[in-house]
Write a protein of this length. Structure first.
Lengths: 251, 340, 411
């Protein structure tokens, strides 16, 4: 039994069957990649996992609990963090403030009204945020506006924000899309580090095969809204069906 | 039964005005993505086109009528409008009489011009700004336009009578055997509004230009990517919307004498209409406009106002709140318009 | 006091300005030609601080969360009505009146906020606008009929001799008072040379309350709650995926902001025991927005500055008539003088709203950060002078005093 279980999920948009009978099981503490050609339903599936979309039928459970019908913030509080394709950060706030927010969310839950004590007075929260920034090597940018960061740094910041919450499952939506080679490699290194240092399950949706094969322990290939095959990277590489559906056209 | 139909009829003229203003608001909103708080002011400007023309036509020169004397025995000064002097009393007189409908001829180029200047001079710079800024700057503009009109025309309502031929009341229920006395001008206004609405819709439906605009309303970015110069078309759309609002104002004068704050009064309600109809939906705007106009008319009956005092003043807001709570996208709103 | 150094300085500066206002705002001798620019009258000073409170509160909602309410005047009006009712029923003591106005406005904003905050962006603005207009209609006519007269319609709600005033005692003043201290009385009138300074009870009550709520606003700005509100404005999507629910945060901000407005309304009624529906009209709401934007939305001091600025110039501009203009331009040749008067005339006196509208457009277009941003730009200009070109990098926007543009009102 994996930490994330998707069973018989269907999702239609009008006449389009975006997801057809998707079954997926993500084992704990591995990197599980979901790949597939454009329009295969990867993003739809991801949105079903985080509460943005509700599947027409089927079930999605995280650690034995259903996530269906829950809002994104409730699902986050269950221990699932999400990194977006284009980094979603608080652009108007400083890097430090960006880090503080998830720390509060982790400690105080989805809403808590403390309007009198200043942020600076919350020593443990500030410490935690600073530590995390040191860990991702951004301590020199602590007072910068998040919007003025480079794209790579924004991605780094977003990941740090997610990691600070110590999620049990980290969802990554094409984390290297549109990145230069060097940035991509940096991201891969960062993810490898995360994987080695923490007890964390990572589910990654990716286009870039280089990224997938350097990280993934397990790969699910999605085509036309249904899982084609699920296997280890080595076997996926040699699978003729996958080649036909995806790698063939990409190569 | 007669009273029922009469209330519907009574709601039609206000409903027409709501529908026309809301139509323009939706056009601007759907194509340009701008919330125009100055749209009511455009309606008001239209009404003052009629006032201006009426005043211009009534400009008179004085002559001394030797045949008549006042009570002191002095020859009487007679004022003759220039128009009558030029075209003779007969034609000149009827030109003055038809001042309001004639104002349409002035209002069309004037309002389109105003719309053009507004879009190029001001709105253009706000496409990429937050909606709050758009609201605020157009709100400021509305105040300015309103105050300018107040400066030139004063604060009191100005009578703009319809032509004599269109004065009075007609029983339009006669063919159905009902007693439905209805002022002719209101009838004219309703038909005029229907004509404009039909015109705008067929323009959008049947011309290439209209097709591009509709595509733009559905998905602005994609149309931009097709290499179509959408900016120029949008400018035109703004002019069109301004024209529609202006014409609605021109013809409204005889129903309610124009004053400088009529725009603001209509604007708030028209926004409510747009929201009830569904942001970005043209048919929704028209439908909601007429619906709320008629509803308001029913709420103004003595029966309604004695049951719930003042219900006529708040009915539209109540309905809007209920609609928004039960159907957040409005009656005919599409998903995704101004939501993310 | 739990403030950092710069906030403490700010609070002290505001306190000095507010408490010394009778001096500071009357810099010109009474009989000099410049006396018309004095602003140290109790009535005007009261308006400065009361509208300051209103703008501080509005800023908590708009400046922090980016939700643009176009119906805030409704809370002001509700607060005023509540206060006058307290005068009618209990006594002229302002304390229960102010307390109730805050409570009632708070409850009212729970209702309006709960409904309006179901939508964001312009929908929210229009909903609040609709609510405010409805409240106006309710106050103006619906809730004022022989059967049920809550607002006294067009005349406005006021205290009549026949009202119960159950706690009214012999010896208490027959005007709003605080335990016997009449609000409209002056506790000190100083005449020094040509100068006159008036120290008014009502003004000082308002000023002290304003300082208290300003202090609370600073604390709120620096608190985790304030940070969350700024996060709502910046990126609601990320906030959601960070496990935080934006709804209660925005609703809380809305309610706090409504309570500030109610407080302002209660104070208005305490200074002049009259509540009218026109206080709730949407042009009044527009004025609140304008004060905040003009001063600088999202900054601490901006709204106070904006409120003072607008109320001051409203007062000055409305007083200027053609005679005054002729005096001003008297040094010019005759034709020139008349021409100048002709040019300026539409913008002064009754034309104040025209000036206001133009000012509004100019500020939104060129100075979205308001006076505070303007001040910063000027300061930077001086700071950068004498430095080498290309050295501009030294300019670092202070996150607090430099609100950034966001793509939507509230995404």
């Amino acid at each position: 039994m994996g930490i994330l279980e998707v069973k018989g999920v269907n999702k239609r948009f009008g006449g389009l069957q975006a997801l057809g009978d998707v079954n997926l099981s993500v084992e704990e503490n591995i990197v599980h990649a979901i790949i597939g050609p454009n329009g295969a339903g990867k993003s739809t599936l991801l949105n079903c996992l985080v509460g943005k979309l509700i599947p027409d039928t089927g079930s999605v459970t995280f650690d034995g609990q259903s996530v269906l019908g829950r809002t994104p913030y409730e699902i986050n509080q269950m221990g699932i963090s999400r990194v977006f394709q284009t980094p979603e950060i608080f652009g108007d706030l400083t890097v430090f403030e960006n880090m503080v927010i998830p720390a509060f969310a982790k400690r105080d839950g989805s809403f808590r009204m403390h309007a009198i004590e200043s942020v600076a007075a919350e020593k443990d929260i500030c410490m935690k945020a600073e530590q995390m920034l040191v860990e991702v090597n951004m301590q020199d940018k602590i007072q910068m506006h998040a919007a003025s960061l480079s794209r790579g740094d924004k991605r780094r910041l977003e990941m740090a924000m997610c990691l600070l919450q110590e999620p049990r499952l980290l969802l990554l939506d094409e984390p290297t899309a549109g990145m230069a080679r060097a940035d991509t490699n940096n991201t891969i290194d960062l993810l490898k580090e995360i994987k080695e240092q923490r007890d964390i399950t990572i589910c990654i949706i990716e286009h870039d095969m280089h990224v997938v094969f350097s990280l993934a322990d397990r790969i699910t290939v999605l085509a036309q809204g249904t899982p084609l095959v699920e296997d280890s990277p080595e076997n996926i590489r040699g699978n003729p069906k996958v080649r036909e559906a995806y790698l063939g056209e990409a190569a | 039964m007669d009273a029922f139909f009469l209330q519907i009829l009574n709601g039609l003229d206000k409903g027409s005005a709501y529908a026309l203003i809301a139509l323009g608001l939706t056009l601007i909103f759907g194509t340009l993505g701008v919330v125009n708080f100055a749209h009511g002011a455009l309606f008001m400007l239209g009404a003052f086109c009629a006032v201006t023309l009426q005043r211009l036509l009534s400009l008179s020169f004085e002559t001394i009528d030797e045949t008549k004397t006042d009570f002191l025995g002095n020859p009487l000064k007679v004022k003759t409008p220039y128009v009558e002097g030029w075209f003779g009393p007969e034609i000149g007189g009827s030109i003055i009489d038809w001042a309001v409908p004639l104002s349409i001829l002035i209002a069309i180029p004037f309002m389109i011009g105003v719309g053009y200047v507004m879009e190029r001079g001001l709105i253009k710079h706000f496409y990429k700004r937050p909606h709050a800024d758009q609201i605020l700057v157009t709100f400021g503009l509305a105040i300015v336009l309103q105050e300018v009109i107040k400066y030139f025309f004063g604060a009191n309502p100005i009578q703009t009578p319809p032509p004599d031929a269109l004065l009075g009341v007609v029983n339009i229920g006669a063919p159905l055997g009902l007693e439905l006395a209805y002022p002719i001008w209101r009838m004219v206004y309703f038909l005029f509004a229907v004509g404009i609405i039909g015109g705008v819709f067929s323009f959008l439906q049947f011309t290439t230009f209209g097709m591009v605009v509709r595509a733009g309303m559905a998905d602005r970015e994609t149309v931009g990517l097709l290499g179509i110069d959408i900016d120029r078309r949008f400018t035109f759309m703004f002019g069109l919307a301004a024209g529609v609002a202006g014409l609605a104002g021109v013809m409204y004068g005889p129903i309610n004498p124009p004053n400088y704050h009529m725009g603001m009064d209509f604007l708030v309600l028209s926004f409510v209409v747009v929201v009830v109809g569904g942001m970005g939906s043209l048919p929704g705007a028209v439908l909601a406009g007429f619906m709320l106009g008629i509803l308001e008319s029913f709420a103004s009956t003595t029966w309604a106002t004695t049951t719930i005092p003042g219900i006529n003043q708040i009915i539209i807001y109540l309905v809007a709140i209920i609609v928004l709570l039960t159907r957040p996208r409005g009656l005919m709103g599409r998903k995704g318009v101004m939501e993310d | 006091m739990g403030l950092n150094k710069s906030d403490m300085t700010l609070l002290i500066v505001v306190a000095i300005l507010a408490l010394g206002a009778p001096f500071i705002l009357n810099p010109f001798p009474v009989d000099s030609g410049m006396a018309q620019f004095n602003a140290g009258y109790p009535d005007l000073m009261q308006r400065f601080v009361i509208f300051g409170i209103l703008a501080i509160g509005f800023n908590i909602l708009f400046g922090l969360t980016g939700y643009l309410s176009f119906g805030h005047a409704a809370f002001l009006g509700v607060g005023s009505y509540a206060a006058v009712w307290m005068f009618k029923l209990l006594s002229y003591n302002v304390l229960p009146a102010i307390a109730l106005s805050v409570v009632v406005a708070g409850l009212f904003s729970v209702l309006i906020g709960y409904v309006s905050l179901r939508r964001s962006g312009i929908y929210f603005s229009i909903l609040t606008l609709a609510f405010a207009q409805m409240s106006f209609a309710l106050a103006y006519s619906v809730l004022s009929n022989p059967k049920f007269n809550l607002t006294n319609g067009e005349t406005g709600l006021q205290v009549y001799a026949g009202d119960p005033q159950i706690f009214h005692r012999e010896g208490l003043p027959d005007v709003p008072h605080l335990f016997g201290i009449a609000m409209r009385d002056n506790f000190l009138e100083l005449k020094m040379g040509g100068w006159e300074f008036t120290f008014n009870n009502g003004y000082y009550l308002c000023a002290i309350i304003m300082l208290v709520v300003f202090y609370l606003a600073i604390r709120l700005f620096r608190s985790p709650f304030g940070l969350m509100l700024r996060a709502v404005k910046s990126n609601q999507n990320r906030l959601n995926y960070t496990g935080l629910n934006p709804k209660p945060y925005t609703l809380a901000a809305f309610i706090i902001s409504g309570m500030y407005a109610g407080l302002a309304g209660g104070l208005l009624a305490s200074m002049d025991p009259l509540a009218g529906a026109e206080r709730m009209q949407w042009t009044a709401s527009g004025e609140i927005v304008l004060m905040t934007i003009l001063g600088g939305a999202g900054t601490l001091i901006g709204p106070v500055l904006g409120a003072g600025f607008i109320k001051y110039f409203e007062n000055i501009f409305s007083k200027i008539n053609d005679n005054v203009l002729h005096q001003w331009f008297a040094f010019m040749p005759d034709g020139m003088e008349d021409f100048m008067v002709f040019i300026v005339h539409p913008f002064v006196g009754k034309g104040w709203h025209l000036t206001l509208g133009i000012l509004f457009m100019l500020v939104v277009t060129f100075l979205p950060g308001g006076l505070v941003e303007g001040g910063q730009r000027i300061a930077n200009l001086f700071r950068n002078r004498g430095k080498k070109k290309g050295d501009d990098d030294s300019y670092k926007p202070d996150p607090e005093h430099h609100p950034k543009e966001t793509p939507h009102v509230a995404e």
